[in-house]
Design a protein around this ligand. Structure first.
Ligand code: UDX
Ligand code: ADP
Length: 459
């Protein structure tokens, strides 16, 4: 069969894998190839056990793999054979040199640009999918167009807004697709080719086009705004705990203002995930680079509140449990940074578990999908931390139970049985406000929600 378009994605991670599976599924006339330097990951994409857990993804991959979706490690051949290339490699926070701890580490991204240059024998449209600092496309353009073979490269920005756990839904019906291009005749022609790909299943009015810098910046700003809402509600949760106000009621009252809206106002133990922290650090670094220190300080505040919320959670535990956690068994329900994913990157559970260990507590971590990652995150703490998948088994004999991920499974446990199996007095710290606090209190727990008055049996 001859295909109409030959599409490649370099980087088979959380973004590249699902996005390309969706394109292959919705566009049977296009051939889509995904490559990665990591052979194990590619083997997994080619097996029955995909490297990431995403509801609905298995079915899509199974339907198109081997037909018009291919996973490979042969990067040179793939670059040569395809003319539309998405770049979806990781851009973590830099941990060395200038900008360490703040700026994006562009080494994988630049290496990819050089590989595209090295193996290209015909013109290519290169699309930035990875989240990058604004103006990165300019560097990409300069590297690619430094070739002496007269090959033309057009660089587009097409940030991905999918969230983990809902990737398939977000890709099937995105709020918007954003495509940034240079506003030259060539740039606009390349942009239209990408618009045509998405128009196979996304309504035209949801495909937004902009200049390339606005597109790069919009991705950072979208994540910064989402994180800012969480830090705002979490900051108010601290005030609620001091004033007997209830954060759920405040959040409902505020969120029903149609100008504000109800989403992303759930107070929690803090946000995690691979994007929010990294992208805000990146934004802060950019602002400082341009001498905008007040703007940088403003956004840095979002991260400070997020750390504060996690530390505050541990301080509440210490305070409630008679000022010592030493030797006490504490069960953690949920290690993933949110429900419906096995991903633990920047999960609040990491910082909280480490703080509990510093207090000499013995921590039992339970999670339905994230225990493999949890073990890696807590490597070296094995004498203090154990891992038990069954939540009922994990909580046995514990002095306290903390809920750190909003897995649905935890709402439906038998709390009479949980209480009966724990040491007394039994403490419950609900870092996601997902449990029925009144019921748990009546069973006998001392209950500490986020942003609400605690319910205790102590005089
Ligand atoms: C985010 C963005 O939503 C997505 O658009 C972008 O492409 C990547 O980053 P993701 O990191 O997958 O997606 O998760 P998201 O659903 O945004 O949640 C991030 C964190 O915020 C989680 O730890 C979640 O538990 C927390 N959160 C979310 C809250 O604490 N309260 C809320 O009301 C919402
Ligand atoms: P994201 O969440 O942005 O998708 P991931 O870390 O999940 O990020 O995935 C990025 C992928 O990019 C990883 O699988 C990594 O092995 C891959 N990668 C990094 N550098 C290169 C490269 N030069 N060529 C091909 N793949 C690369």
């Amino acid at each position: 069969m001859t295909f109409e378009k030959h599409i490649l994605c370099i980087g088979a991670g959380y973004v590249g894998g699902p996005t390309m599976a969706m394109i292959a599924c919705r566009c049977p006339r296009y051939r889509v190839t995904v490559v990665d330097v990591n052979r194990e990951k590619i083997d997994q994409w080619n097996s029955d056990e995909l490297p990431i857990y995403e509801p609905g993804l298995d079915e899509i991959v199974r339907a198109v793999r081997g037909k018009n979706l291919f996973f490979s490690t042969d990067i040179p051949k793939a670059i040569e054979e395809n003319d539309i290339i998405f770049v979806s490699v990781n851009t973590p926070t830099k941990n060395y040199g200038v900008g360490a701890g703040m700026a994006a580490d562009l080494q994988f991204w630049e290496k990819t640009a050089r590989e595209i240059l090295k193996y290209s024998k015909s013109p290519k449209i290169v699309i930035e999918k990875s989240t990058l600092p604004v103006k990165t496309a300019l560097a990409m353009e300069r590297i690619l167009n430094s070739n002496h073979h007269g090959i033309a490269f057009d660089v587009l920005s097409n940030p991905e807004f999918l969230a983990e756990g809902t990737a398939v839904r977000d890709l099937t019906s995105p709020d918007r697709v954003l495509i940034g291009s240079e506003e030259t005749e060539r740039g606009l022609r390349a942009r239209d080719i990408l618009v045509e790909i998405y128009a196979n299943w996304v309504p035209r009015e949801r495909i937004l086009t902009s200049n390339i810098w606005s597109s790069e910046l919009s991705k950072l700003v979208s994540n910064a705004f989402l994180a800012q809402r969480i830090s705002s509600i979490n900051a108010i949760s601290a005030l609620c705990e001091k004033t007997d106000a209830d954060i759920t009621e405040v959040s409902r009252a505020v969120g029903t203002d149609s100008r504000i809206g109800p989403k992303f106002l759930n107070s929690s133990v803090g946000f995690g995930g691979s994007c929010f922290k990294k992208d805000i650090l990146n934004l802060v670094y950019l602002c400082r680079h341009y001498g905008l220190n007040e703007v940088a300080d403003y956004w840095e505040g979002v991260l400070k509140i997020n750390d504060y919320q996690q530390d505050r959670f541990v301080l509440t535990m210490i305070d409630a449990m008679f000022n010592t956690l030493s030797g006490k068994k504490i069960c953690v329900w949920g290690f993933a940074f949110k429900a419906d994913t096995g991903d633990t990157r920047e999960s609040p559970a990491i910082r909280i578990t480490k703080r509990l260990v510093e207090e000499n507590a013995l921590v039992i971590v339970s999670d339905p999908k994230a225990l493999k990652n949890a073990r890696a995150d807590l490597c070296g703490l094995e004498d203090r931390v154990s891992f038990v998948e069954d939540p009922m088994e994990a909580v046995k004999g514990c002095h306290a139970l903390c809920v750190l991920t909003e897995w649905d499974l935890y709402r439906h446990q038998d709390f009479e049985a949980v209480y009966a199996s724990m040491a007394k007095p039994s403490f419950l710290f609900d870092g996601r406000n997902i449990l029925d606090h009144g019921k748990c209190f009546r069973i006998g727990f001392n209950v500490y929600p986020i942003g609400k008055p605690p319910m205790t049996h102590f005089q």
